[in-house]
Ligand binder design. Structure first.
Ligand SMILES: [Ca+2]
Length: 292
């Protein structure tokens, strides 16, 4: 009996997790590398070639490094084996896209990878404006998925190239390491999408007349707008609701609030006509003493 209860509980939790997470909205994708052709990739102190040993589909780009602490560039025997490709001139404006997204599979002669196993750079004409990141979470014998918002790049309007590199100082002389890079794409929401919605303050005093909701919208052309609905609910009861017609970017919707009993509520926000609801908790307080 105990075991059945546990099983039911697990099923409930699994269902709850699946239901609570809104399905990913449809996206447009532009492929930068699908692993079938490495001819546009330049490489230093390493090799790169299409290879089917590990691939999301077809082949992946296999970036192979024999770590060597004694050879390499003059003055930098412990260097940075790397590979990069230019981005075609007409594709360099990534403000038109929401994410850069790719998969990496890692293998090595080592028992496990060092913490900073592989780096990724989105290059800009000006080096200081390049985006450089250590790909955390890479593990030997596993795929890892990376998705970076283009809004986080210092210069998303002029992305001239992408690069993968290792820092040999993080490895031992003689280590062998391979990375299979696949499905390197730019993604954007294909329809109006709420990417975040939250109360400016998650603690709301019951006598305050306005609850301010911060909403970020994407999937809209400049000048295009969408109707956004937002409401505060508990169970089946809607305490207050509002709507606004908004364009892309960050906005604040003032939600008229006519009072509600103290307690935990849920803020629900969606594009009118869409089933995808973004939720955030709000706590209504009847007096400042409850904030403790
Ligand atoms: Ca592929």
């Amino acid at each position: 009996m105990m075991r059945i209860c546990h099983l039911l509980l697990l099923l409930l939790v699994a269902c709850w997790s699946a239901c609570a997470r809104p399905a990913e909205p449809p996206m447009d994708a532009l492929s930068l590398a699908d692993g079938e052709d490495a001819s546009a990739w330049r490489v230093w102190e390493a090799t790169i070639q299409p290879d089917a040993t590990h691939a999301r589909s077809g082949r992946a780009l296999r970036f192979h490094v024999d770590v060597n602490h004694e050879t390499g560039e003059v003055g930098h025997p412990i260097g940075w084996p790397r590979t990069n490709t230019p981005v075609a001139e007409d594709l360099r404006d990534w403000t038109q896209w929401d994410f850069v997204d790719f998969w990496v599979y890692a293998d090595s002669s080592r028992e496990s990878l060092p913490p900073a196993a592989l780096g990724f750079i989105v290059r800009s004409p000006n080096k200081e404006n390049s985006f450089s990141v250590n790909l955390e979470g890479l593990r030997k014998g596993e795929w890892a998925h990376y998705r970076f918002p283009t809004a986080n790049l210092p210069n998303p309007g002029d992305c001239t190239g992408v690069q993968f590199f290792i820092t040999e100082a993080n490895y031992a002389h003689g280590d062998v390491v391979d990375f299979w890079i696949d499905d390197l794409v730019l993604l954007r929401y294909a329809e109006p999408t709420v990417i975040s919605a939250d109360a400016l303050s998650r603690l709301h005093y019951a006598d305050a007349p306005v609850l301010r909701v911060q909403v970020e919208l994407t999937g809209l052309e400049e000048g295009e707008t969408a109707e956004v609905l937002t409401r505060l609910v508990r169970g089946n009861a809607t305490l207050c609701e509002g709507s606004a017609r908004l364009g892309p970017g960050l906005h604040t919707i003032p939600l008229e609030f006519s009072g509600a009993p103290a307690g935990a509520y849920e803020l629900q926000t969606q594009i009118s006509g869409s089933e995808r609801v973004v939720t955030a908790p709000v706590r209504v307080l009847s007096s400042p003493w409850e904030a403790q």
